[in-house]
Design a protein around this ligand. Sequence first.
Ligand code: F3S
Length: 397
Amino acid sequence: MYLTMWEEKALNGEFGEALALAMKVIVKVGEALGADRLITISHAHVSGISVHNIGVEGVELIESIARKGGKVRVYTTANPCSLAYLQKLRNVYGEEIYSLQHRLVEALIAMGVDAKSFTCTPYVLRRPSMGEHLAWSESSAVIYANSVIGARSNREAGFIALMAAISGRTYYAGLHDDENRIPQLLIDVEFRVNSIALASALGLYLGAICSEIPFIRIRFDAPSMLRQIMIKSMLASIATTSDLGMVYLDGITPDIHRIRIDIQSLERISVDMNDVKNYMESCHANVLFIGCPHLTVSEIKTLLGSETVVHQLKALNIEKILIATPKLTENFESELYRSIGVRLVKHGIEFELLPGVCPVVSDLRKAGLSAVMTIHGKAAHYMPRVAGVKACLVNVL
Ligand code: F3S
């Protein structure tokens, strides 16, 4: 692999142990993938930071890199933590896991990770520009960056993204290269997508049938903010049931003009409502989870701001609604409680904001839950496998 003089020196340890380790990892992964050079990145995003997944050994590894002087060279964000991070659940998860999750966060912040991040929507904090090279490791964020923003990132493992952050480099391969961004399949969605749950179910189905990048012709039937949540949730669902890091969405993906291809010449698959309805099993739970990927304050207001929604939730016997968000300032939290929470509570529905955390990567049985309804395909898919509770998609909101 060709390396610049600076990269050679960094690899040989001239700038410290942590940077040498980071360069070694990035070079090795690049060589394994056939890359002939490294490229600089402008933003890294590190996932896999829930203590339930990473364990004591993972935390100690990250701490040891911080102790060796590991510092990020580019703007770096991190994924949400486990619920064990929250002070209000300290007794529920226990002191040991609470302090382990805090040690991990502190080690990341000591290396220069943005303390305001801890979200799976890093593009809300810093929206990359089209064509920008990134090293992101949250699958829902990667597919959004490539498909909606036109930036470039492979689906990295969390540790590789951290090594990219420290070296400021990634390998030139995969989705960084135009050659690997060519759609191979044409998908025609034959119905209008008019709810988040339907967008999610469609995403799970599309991920299951596509092993190569598809060009998707699709119509969303919703006002713009709702449409945005549908797209986020659909893309996250596609990335859940596939290894895809990007798709083309007709009229949305901005850099289609770079790809010279006759769309009509691609193998065509048409998708109708019957194909996706299996993903919308009927089930019941009195807890509803929203925010997978995380929802912004405006998105929460759009989803829960009307009286009709309260009646819908009552009709489904929802007693509690859990909402995962990026870290919020106290002002935003209290504003949401005032504008939405108070009304829900008046109708007997508990309203709980979960800033900076992800229930899907947390042991929810410890929090007393056994079943959860959601509007998001990724959450419905992973909650039984990772959080240990039953979960299903419900067409509400
Ligand atoms: Fe985000 Fe957790 Fe879903 S990280 S995309 S809320 S699984």
